[in-house]
Design a protein around this ligand. Sequence first.
Ligand code: NAP
Length: 259
Amino acid sequence: MDLGLQGKWAIVCASSKGLGLGCATALAREGVNLVMNARTPGPLNEAAETLRREHGIDVRAVACDITTEEGREKVLAACDAPDILVNNAGGPPPGMWTDWEREDFIRALDANMLTPIALIKAVLPGMMERGWGRIVNITSQSVKSPIPVLGLSNSARAGLTGYVAGTSRQVASSGVTINNLLPGIHATDRADALDRAVVEAEGITMEEARARRAATIPAGRYGTIEEFGAACAWLCSQYAGYVVGQNILLDGGAVNTTL
Ligand code: NAP
């Protein structure tokens, strides 16, 4: 299936590894040129070179912290007229409600709510003027079903979800869609960090922690970044223009709801 994205430009934030890399790779496969971003230059440049070589696309790698104003300016400066924006950043650390002070909330809001909102606000006018755009925010299944140890994430992502619900409807008639992808557990460094926290708290092995988590998922396994990227590419495609303000779970059935 031709997703109709050949030659378009995408900014994919936080994309040297994990879910962001899955999205960048799936878009590259469709012939989309990329601005890729992460804080650490080594893995970022390596990932960018792989996608350039394997897909013959233009890739600009911008090493910076996307949660800072300076970082966002650098990323935006690398692409005059982005057709696609994939918002992503590292998730806040796990903990207990007693751990979190005002500064912890401000950091989480900056990274997982105010950063995507700032980028959306920056790219929307151009997309609307050109009459086409796709914005996808990587959030979390915790938006639909809170994960108690991820209270900082639950809070910040709920805020972004509310913003997207309203804004996506304000801009939909211009040909720009904004939607959220909600990952359940996927096999990435982030999942390793969450499982390591269980290992440390409960004195079990990594294998036991993973098996225990996998057993709670109807699919019986962790998701892959390839599956996640494919869903993102479809949401960016010419076929998804009528999908507006949605929260799409990719969780192997983990969130137990009818709707
Ligand atoms: P990951 O495997 O740890 O990858 C994170 C990527 O983001 C890396 O490329 C990292 O590179 C980059 N990054 C992190 N912070 C950044 C920043 N401030 N500025 C620029 N780049 C940054 O994480 P992931 O599993 O793909 O998770 C991505 C998002 O999905 C996170 O917000 C996570 O909470 C959420 N999520 C993940 C899962 C899951 O199971 N994996 C489930 C639900 C939600 P550098 O470190 O070099 O910057």
